[in-house]
Each structure stands twice: as C-alpha cells, then as structure tokens.
Design a protein around this ligand. Sequence first.
Ligand code: ATP
Ligand code: MG
Length: 648
Amino acid sequence: MSEKIYDVPADWAQHAYLDAHGYKAKYEASVRDPDAFWGEEGKRIDWFEPYTKVKNTSFDPGHVSIKWFEDGVTNVAWNCIDRHLDTRGDQVAIIWEGDNPSEQRLITYRELHDEVCRFANVLRNRNVEKGDRVTIYLPMIPEAAFAMLACARLGAVHSVVFGGFSPDSLASRIRDCDSKTIITADEGLRGGRKVPLKANVDAAIAKLADVEVDHVIVVRRTGGTVDMTPGRDVWYHEAADLVTTECPAAHVNAEDPLFILYTSGSTGQPKGVLHTTGGYLVYASMTHQYVFDYHEGDVYWCTADVGWVTGHSYILYGPLANGATTLMFEGVPNYPSNSRFWEVIDKYKVTIFYTAPTAIRALMQSGDAPVKKTSRASLRLLGSVGEPINPEAWEWYHRVVGDERCPIVDTWWQTETGGILITPLPGATRLKPGSATQPFFGVIPQVVDAEGRVLEGACEGNLVIADSWPGQMRTVYGDHERFVLTYFSTYPGKYFTGDGCRRDADGYYWITGRVDDVINVSGHRMGTAEVESALVAHPKVSEAAVVGYPHDIKGQGIYAYVTLMSGVEPTEELRKELVSWVRREIGPIASPDLIQFAPGLPKTRSGKIMRRILRKIAEDEFGNLGDTSTLADPGVVEDLISHRQNKK
Ligand code: ATP
Ligand code: MG
C-alpha cells in the first residue's frame, strides 16, 4: 500500500477546531473518563429534561445492553429545527438540486419548520403515534427530509427504504418492522429515467397477506399516473392543504427509538439496525462538526441517498443539528454529463464534499477533462465513505478534484455505528492515502487475532471496538438474540465489526476488507483490498474485485475480476501484463491465478462490491448465490457467469 504521507496544510492546522495536539488531548480525555467527556458533550443538544446518567453499557454476551443519557428527554426534530429559528430562521437549511439541472429549491429553517409540522400533522391525522413504525420509500426530494423529521417530531420510528429497491425487498422490510403507514411518491426520477415507486408499493402490499397497511401517503413528484386505492391511499398535497404548520414536538426519551435502517446486504441477509434518540444525535452532531470541520457559512454536500445511513447521519441529522446548510441531490454523477458533481459544486459554492469510492472510480474512468472544465474553487475539504478507497483513486480525488488543496477525510463506519468511528480530522491528522487513520473521540479500536487475543503495535487481524460510544445501534429490531450473536459472540466482551484491518507502526488503521473475504494462499492470509488496489493502480484498470477459489496446491487461488478504463481492449497480453504488475507491486504470493475481464461488477444499491457473489461464481456455485435482493443490477451476474474464466 501507498506509504506516501500528506502533512496537514499549515492554514488547516491553524484554523480547524483541533490541531494534532488538540486531537491527542481530547482523545485521551474521552477514553479516560467517558462519563465526564460525554456528560459535557451531551449538552450540544437541547434537552426538555436534562439527563443525570450518561453511560450505562455492557458488552457482556450474557446481557448486552447499551444506554446513553437514559433519563434525558428531548426531541430530534426540535434540535434540528426549532432551536435554530431565533438565530437562523432565514438561513437556508436544505439546498435541493433536482435530477434535471433546471430544478432546484432552497428551504430555510423557518420553511423547514412549517413543512415538517405540516407533514407531522398529516401523519397524526392518520393515527401515527409515538413508537409506530413508518416506512418511507421516496426519491431524493425534500419531502424525504420532511417525512423523516416529521416522524422524529412525533416520536414515530421511520424505516427508510432506498427508492431503488424492488417490491420484494420493500415488502420484506415492511413486514419485518410491521409498519402500517407507508410514504411514497408517484414516481422517482434518476438520470432522466422514471422509477415507478407507487406501483412498487402496490406490488409490495399485494405480497403482504400478513401485514395490514392502513395508509399510503403519496407525494406528487413527476405527475405520472398511478392507481389510488380509496380509503387507503391519499395524495400528500391534498392532505397537507387541510392541516396547520404548527405541531408540538413530542417529549421523547433518550433511549426511545428514532429509526430502523436495514444494512446494505453486502455480506448476507440485511439486518434491521435500531438507533435511538439522544446518543445518536449527540454523536452525529459531534462527528459532523469535527470530521468535516464544519464552520458557520460552509455549504456542505454529502452525495449519499437518504436510504443509507450516510444519508441519515450526514445529510440530515448531523448537519441540521449543527444548523448547517446541507445539499440534497436527486440525480446521479453522470447525468446529464460526467461533470455534474463539479457543476453542482460551482453552482452553490460547495465547500465540503463527501462521496463514495465507487463514484470516484466511475468518474476517474472518463479522465480529468470533465473535472477540469469546472472551477471547484469553493471546495476546501473532501470526504470518502463506504469502502476502502484505493490509493490510486485517493490520489486522483486529491489531485484532480481537490487541486491538491483539500484534505481528504476517509471515514470508516457502519450502519451499526450510527456515525463515523475511524477518520482523520483535517486540521490534526497527517494523511496516508488508503488509510482511515485514527479513532474518533471515545472510540477504542482493537485488532484481535482469530482466537481473540488483542494484538499490540503494528499488526493485522480483525477489527473490534472495546467499548460503547453514544451512536452505537441498540439492537436488531425484534431480534435481540441476533444482535448479540452477530456482534458480541465472536469475541466476547467486544463489538465485532466484521472487517479485517491492519495497524501500522504509526498507529494508523487500514481496513483490508471484510473478514469473510480474507484469502489464504499457501498459508498467507491476504485482505482483498490490497490486491485490488494494486490492480486499480494500473493505468488501464478502472475497478477490480478479488476473491479466493479452491486451488489444489495453494489451498486458495486468487481470482480477479477486472473492469478496464473506457476504450481499453481486453486482450490476452493485457491479462499477462496485469499478473506481472501485481507480482511487482505486492509480491509473487499475490499474483492472480485467474483474471476475468468484466464490464461490470455486482454491487449493492449503495455501490459496494458484493464479493460473496463473485466468490460463488469463482467456485462454480451458480445455483447458490444467496440473497441477491439488494443487487443494483442483477444482469451483471448473468454476464459474469457466462464469461467465467475456465479454471482447468
Ligand atoms: P451488510 O452488513 O448487510 O453486509 P454492509 O456492511 O455493506 O452490509 P454498511 O453498514 O452500509 O452495510 O457498510 C459498512 C461497511 O462498509 C463496513 O463494515 C466496511 O466494510 C465498509 N466501509 C465503510 N466505510 C469504509 C471506509 N472508509 N474504508 C473501508 N471500508 C469502509
Ligand atoms: Mg456490515
């Protein structure tokens, strides 16, 4: 992996909240006395009744229980909206940029208050109460934010399902949390194409013999025709006309649920992750402030969909709790052209930009020109999340997008963690491309071997977290046993992340991939990230995914799926060149045994490569691909199977 180090730019060390010394002192304080540290930090949000207890957590597999600020009473929507009204009622809270560049909306905090109250009243009129689950299946339109905050205002629990999911995936998520109310739109719009959301909801409900859906609230987005079932379905704009813009914020206990969100499904059946109110908001707010060094006047853009945890914590809750201006984008990076992201940055003078490696790699494919024709002068910070970012993609992001001026925060976290756990702080941390670097305040990462022994110094193994932090999930909805089994049984007493990792001599953490994906070649254990990064470093390669397959001599062989840069021909010669390239970059032990050129890789809807499916293909187990319901494009799998490399 890259050993290049980028120093903290001088102006950053000076103007950011914390420099290197500041980080160290604050981190040490946070782990020395979590009660004192979080007791103080909890005051960053408003409480209707203050907490007297701070941390009450146990990772003991016998009785896993996680409570923060447990006797405090608050409301997330109040904190994200009402408390800002006196000081920033006329400031823009949400910038909405439509799929079509001609569509936009600027929503001030005062307008946000009115819209959210209206939405909450529409829900209240349909008997939605504290604790009720509401499924939200919307495109990236402001109403998605209004609906989520409206639930929070009432103390109802939202379950946002990404608008790209099929009726089957939607149905299983409605059933799992037994929600009686669904919020959707007539159609979604992405990259100029319409998505039949309401029709999908109808199809999902038709599959749900065992769940009674009482209300479907339909937001008009495209004006496309949809079937409305009388008594059950209502147009949002009609219902909203009948209600006021005042709705009291429910008094909600810190440990009352805020939302359920299903994991991406990269490694198996999605889990219904449950997050609660107080600790989650404190943690989302604090990480948003420090990781992105958010200051008054920043224009902040996270490109995630609200259907993912990144959208929950870092489009909505963290930024709004901090009174920020947050940008919400309905479209895709390559519509109407590959310059779209950068044009949007110029249009709104975005200062902080947070996206995923999959988007960066896709945009890299078409070269520098679509980026360079834009200014991006407003940018001061870049972020990455979702997968390990290959050093090659990191360097491109830094050099081409950020003009070598903007630090990159590579943020490691999970749906389960609620917020960022391992990350640089831009004014404090020297950067190493490909490393998520160091723990956030209150986070105690450890590297353990297969037997659970804690490794010291430079080492490689499995990533666990030794103690609780406020943003941690509290349970798997309706299945606490699965929660304990999945996260606290592998290494009793510790939270098991499922990720492999390396810690270098400077104490920096490098995520090497999922533990399930580790390859063992002739007794050498290897993470997938390293081999993939070596392949991506080749000028003709745009993306790569590496898995193991049974090999008579080595135990496991290395099977690499490689996507080439646009316009590059896949040839036998190139195949050989890539094998010797990896051999040179990492060593003979890592040289791929088989390389399959693949025009596309199977990815989750959030853009993560699904290696478990690639592994099945490499193992010839086509009949047994497991849960494929969260795949973005199932067609890719058929294509890969038909072009599989012959292992004989
Ligand atoms: P499932 O748990 O259902 O298999 P998932 O793990 O893909 O799905 P998420 O919670 O969306 O669901 O993703 C979290 C995972 O994403 C992490 O465990 C890690 O593997 C990967 N990840 C996220 N950010 C980073 C990062 N900055 N560097 C490396 N890996 C990352
Ligand atoms: Mg996971």
